[in-house]
Design a protein around this ligand. Structure first.
Ligand SMILES: Cc1cc2nc3c(=O)[nH]c(=O)nc-3n(C[C@H](O)[C@H](O)[C@H](O)COP(=O)(O)OP(=O)(O)OC[C@H]3O[C@@H](n4cnc5c(N)ncnc54)[C@H](O)[C@@H]3O)c2cc1C
Length: 420
């Protein structure tokens, strides 16, 4: 009998394996792909650095030469730009003022190997068909190995299958987000003009588009390769009769800074699309199982929060698993503190994202304000999992109310119908 079976070898699953092995808990990771495999989600926030440090993985990141990310820059359609630098708000206990942009095929493979080096047993190219239940509690998984169904028993099952949401589908726990229905089309390019300012050329650049919830990411993957992704509400995509190429190229020309950056660019791989990606499971834990990373919840990627949430959910899930093994108790009650903690943290991102889309100039206003800038930076770092520590969200709400109540406020006609 295995102690823990982790399904999925993305950042959440591999980090979970690392933390469990460090705590002396035997675990196996089953991954359906053979790494390296491509994946969207290439820009980190600084909270990820803390987990990489915890896991002694920063030296691997450095040895691989992933691009250092020192900050972020936002470009409005009218040509105005504003930026933040992580160095303005140092992270306690972390000796670097940058995080990373990554080629996910490399990062995910290295993290899985790292889990193996710490003690996880890895099976790649093995698809898990379902989680097995006995007397109402998860008791292992059924995997397909070389065309044969094989049952693998475990005391605890961890679902880290990302947006495939193995348990979410099996137990019908998945609830589509009532507000967000975004669609993204992305590809890699050579020779994007990242500007001549050495300070900002390796930032993530976000370009606002003049369409419903529309924006573009520009993420440096290497010295010469840049990832470009166009995101907008699904309704905007529908207007293009599902023509991905048309949707992608039309929008690149609607922001002047972006049009300039893309002028010399050469596309080097095929466009890929991601849709229907905002949801939450109605529960992240049940008897004998935990869901982590995207397998539990996914929110709009405007602030690059996904990998950080995947890593922190692994950290918090492993801490709860250690308690469960010590008490030999894998009940919902034992596992629930993990869910409460992670839900709290992702809800902070979600609230921030809703306020952002409610009134775009609000974000610009707050980040440029002397009073609120550091608090917004703290939010953008992604280390806060307790809502009471981010009163700036209340200040943003109050500001929106003021705009709503005033007929002649400068921002009044920029309010959207997003419920907050
Ligand atoms: C458009 C878009 C842009 C994004 N941009 C960013 C960004 O800039 N920064 C950021 O941090 N995040 C971003 N994200 C989010 C990021 O991609 C995810 O949050 C992150 O990959 C979650 O990691 P994970 O380990 O939970 O899941 P994944 O990375 O998806 O890993 C899940 C793994 O499980 C495996 N698997 C699935 N089903 C099975 C099965 N049945 N059996 C065995 N294995 C299985 C898969 O092959 C996969 O390797 C973005 C997401 C989208 C959609």
């Amino acid at each position: 009998m295995n102690d823990v079976v982790i399904v999925g070898g993305g950042p959440a699953g591999s980090a979970m394996g690392c933390y469990l092995s460090k705590a002396g808990i035997q675990n196996i990771i089953i991954e359906k792909a053979n790494h390296p495999r491509p994946h969207v989600g290439e820009s980190m926030v600084t909270s990820s650095t803390r987990v990489f440090q915890d896991l002694d993985f920063l030296r691997v990141m450095e040895a691989e030469g992933f691009v250092h990310k020192y900050g972020a820059s936002w470009h409005a359609p009218n040509g105005s730009e504003f930026a933040i630098e992580f160095g303005e708000f140092p992270q306690e206990g972390i000796d670097q003022d940058y995080t990373y942009h990554v080629d996910r095929s490399k990062l995910d493979m290295l993290l899985l190997k790292h889990a193996e080096s710490l003690g996880s047993k890895i099976y790649q190219g093995v698809h898990v068909n379902k989680v097995l239940f006995e007397d109402g509690r998860a008791a292992g998984v059924r995997a397909n190995i070389g065309g044969q169904d094989v049952d693998i028993p475990a005391r605890l099952v961890v679902d880290a299958t990302g947006r495939n949401t193995l348990l979410g589908n099996q137990l019908k726990l998945k609830v589509k987000d009532p507000v967000f229905n975004q669609y993204a089309v992305h590809a890699w390019f050579e020779d994007v003009d990242r500007g001549t300012d050495a300070r900002t050329e390796d930032f993530i650049h976000i370009y606002f588009l003049p369409v419903e919830r529309g924006w573009v990411w520009q993420i440096p993957i290497t010295d010469t390769i840049t990832s470009i992704g166009v995101v907008a509400d699904q309704n905007v995509f529908r207007d293009f009769s599902k023509d991905q190429e048309g949707f992608f190229w039309k929008h690149l020309n609607t922001n002047p800074d972006l049009a300039r950056a893309m002028k010399p660019a050469r596309q080097i791989n095929e466009l890929k699309a991601e849709g229907d990606y905002s949801y939450s499971l109605s529960q992240f834990v049940g008897p004998g199982y935990l869901c982590i990373g995207d397998a539990a919840r996914f929110v709009d990627p405007i602030f690059s929060s996904g990998v950080s949430v995947a890593l922190y959910s692994a950290k918090y899930a492993s801490e709860q698993a250690v308690k469960a093994f010590a008490a030999n108790d894998f009940s919902v009650e034992m596992l629930r503190p993990y869910e409460t903690r992670v839900r709290g943290g992702v809800s902070i991102w979600y609230e921030f994202i809703r306020l952002y889309y409610k009134l775009l100039p609000l974000f610009t206003h707050f980040i440029q304000s002397k009073t609120h800038r550091l608090e917004v930076l703290r939010l953008l770092q992604g280390e806060v999992y307790d809502r009471s520590q981010v009163p700036v969200l209340d200040a943003m709400r109050a500001y929106i109310e003021k705009v709503e109540q005033s007929d002649n406020h400068l921002f009044r006609d920029q309010l959207t119908d997003i419920p907050i």
